[in-house]
Design a protein around this ligand. Sequence first.
Ligand SMILES: [Zn+2]
Length: 216
Amino acid sequence: MSPSLELSAHVHHDRERRDRPQFAFVAERLWLDFVNTDTGVRGPDALHDFNRFVLWLEAAHVLDAERSATMRRRSEQQPAGALAVLGDARRVRTVLRALAERGVFASDVRMAALSEINRVLGRSAGTRRVELRPDGSFARAFVPVGDAFAGLLIPVVENAADALILDQLGRVRRCADPRCGRVFQDETKNGRRRWCDMATCGNRAKAARHRMKLHA
Ligand SMILES: [Zn+2]
């Protein structure tokens, strides 16, 4: 490749990167980060449209750049199919939010999540693989065959299934800022993580405490 071509490819890549929405991944679990895509407080919903959903899956390392581009192209050819996937993703997200917030004490919520997880898993055929990531780590992957759209939610529901299988719901918390709404997996040793993110909610709380002290 000539230097000028290389340069223009680079510029194009940067532009594409800049135009992409920024998504936050603060929950320590894919399924909880997916639930958090409905907290539009810090920007538009990641399920606002199909393109955005696919970019979110890419940002979450669920899709690689090539499959993400394929999905976006396919959605232009099959807009109705893409719309159906989006509706389905919203439905799954509602059920998983309930699981995150109330699953630990409500068995009916757990059962509803279970049937939703099995509905998604039962619909899609594909190949399971283990893939090497660019950073050298390994990850489970699911490569759908046939209706590729149907497989998009698999990694998310599998991750939620893991929370049930590994009995981790007791460690799922809601951010202590009532305006926030984000959920996360508390991985601290003492189990006392309070904030979705120290840089935003945690910092706001610290500043508020500080103001209170000054006015006392
Ligand atoms: Zn928060």
